[in-house]
Design a protein around this ligand. Structure first.
Ligand code: 4AD
Ligand code: MG
Length: 434
């Protein structure tokens, strides 16, 4: 029967009185004496099925459990229900896989807690709204690669087993590598800079990033998908911000068309940026202090500060994004370039979307001697990172880039209260399965 299967979205518009074969999962089944009403779901939608008492194996069908997968052959007829569309009167059916009872989670009812849902994620994602999150994520992934491709960036794949990290503060996962110590990559930072210098000028990578951050928050994972880019021959970090601004205009404009149904289902209507405000850390701290939140000159923005800034930006500019620029040197890694006239600053920025940091970027220091000094200030010996140090000795151009978190982007776009909702199978200090 499966050979003749059509998708539910096509069955819904097929001529009445024709025959059709559909298959999917049982969302609902209601045996009512002489009739059985079934709501069937496949990847394209839902349709109502009706079985009459005369059907062979009527009794067997009446006992089929929710979330079982079946294939049905029947006659298309116009639905008498208000919602309109077609329904199918069942003439034959086959059970492909009967679901055990009880279901470990209440698919679609929204009553199971997030931990339980994640334990049985493949059932959870059958629910339309949850499914929509990952359709949107899939589209963002594709649009991101389209954008970089259109703008002359080369997609690179770099090792995730590494000998050292460069992100000060971000913890490393140590692993055994034969008779040596190795670490899971906490960023492709070194490699993306390497291949800017390697003649590609513009590179990007979408890949897993590992951080041994032992914190349980709604925004931290120990494994997430990084969107990293790096570009050469820039004049300043503004060139990087310009590209990222265009990236978000591109993604959101396309998403509004290509994921219209999913966005509506989730009740989200994102604002495409007109012009992303660029505010220095100093200006931001002044704005915060007016709202009663005071921070020291060398402080980073905490999550409360980011959330307040998100609200101010929405009110003042009707924008969801803001670039916070000129971060203090004290809280940035050694490879960020310092401005000529400010030895306590960096030519760096964060991008905040709806009140949460989704990216960090900067112009990098490309002059070997200065970089070596900067590393020393942070207690790092550049020459011990031989293959990194080398790239600055053979014609490395001025360059800069950014690292974005895909999971956080999806979370902020859809206003999900936890980043774990935006990733299929999250990893955090407590969770290692499924
Ligand atoms: O801010 P981060 O640590 O910056 C870097 O990795 C630099 N190499 C970027 C650069 O090019 N200068 O990480 C970049 C982004 C964050 O803004 C956030 O969106 C995401 O990666 N991120 C995480 N997402 C989920 N869980 C975590 N533990 C994350 N840590 C960072
Ligand atoms: Mg950051």
């Amino acid at each position: 029967m499966l050979a003749n299967r059509i998708l539910i979205r096509d069955a819904l518009v097929k001529n009445p009185s024709s025959e059709a074969v559909v298959s999917g999962w049982i969302k609902q089944i209601k045996p009512l004496g002489k009739l059985i009403f079934i709501t069937l779901r496949d990847r394209s939608g839902e349709i109502q099925l009706i079985a009459k008492k005369e059907l062979d194996n009527f009794k067997v069908l009446s006992k089929v459990t929710r979330e079982s997968s079946l294939v049905f052959k029947g006659n298309i007829q116009e639905s008498k229900q208000k919602s309109g569309g077609n329904e199918l009167e069942i003439k034959d059916f086959e059970i492909l896989n009967q679901a055990e009872t009880p279901l470990p989670i209440d698919v679609g009812a929204g009553t199971s807690n997030i931990d339980k849902r994640l334990d049985h994620r493949f059932l959870d994602t059958r629910e339309e709204k949850i499914n929509a999150i990952f359709k949107i994520r899939s589209k963002i992934y594709k649009l991101t690669t389209d954008f970089f491709d259109d703008n002359d960036f080369t997609n690179i794949t770099t090792p995730k087993i590494t000998s050292a990290g460069v992100e000060s503060g971000a913890e490393l996962f140590e692993m055994k590598y034969f008779n040596k110590k190795a670490y899971l990559s906490q960023s492709p930072q070194i490699y993306k800079q390497m291949f800017v210098a390697g003649g590609f000028e513009r590179v990007y990578e979408l890949a897993p990033v590992f951080r041994a951050e032992n914190s349980n928050t709604t925004r931290h994972l120990t494994e997430f998908t990084g969107i990293d880019m790096e570009m050469g021959f820039i004049q300043s970090e503004s060139d990087v911000m310009d590209v990222i601004e265009e990236l978000f205009k591109f993604i959101l404009n396309k998403l509004k068309k290509e994921c219209k149904r999913e966005l509506e289902l989730l009740g989200v209507n994102p604002i495409v940026p007109k012009k992303i405000p660029r505010l220095s850390m100093k200006e931001v701290k002044e704005m915060l202090s007016e709202k009663g939140k005071s921070l020291l000159e060398s402080d980073d923005l905490d999550s409360e500060a980011e959330s307040i800034i998100g609200k101010i930006i929405k009110e003042k500019y009707n924008e969801e994004f803001v670039f916070v620029t000129n971060y203090p040197w004290e809280i940035r890694p050694f490879y960020h370039m310092k401005p000529e006239d400010d030895k306590n600053g960096t030519k760096s920025f964060d991008l905040i979307w709806n009140g949460v940091e989704i990216a960090t970027g900067a112009q990098r220091e490309h002059r070997y001697n200065i970089l070596k000094e900067q590393a020393k200030e942070k207690g790092i010996n550049l020459d011990e990172m031989e293959s990194y140090a080398e790239i600055f000795k053979f014609g490395c151009p001025p360059h800069g880039g950014i690292g974005l978190g895909l999971d956080r982007m999806v979370q902020r776009l859809l206003n999900l209260d936890n980043v774990r909702e935006a990733i299929l199978l999250p990893r955090d200090p407590e969770r290692l399965t499924p």
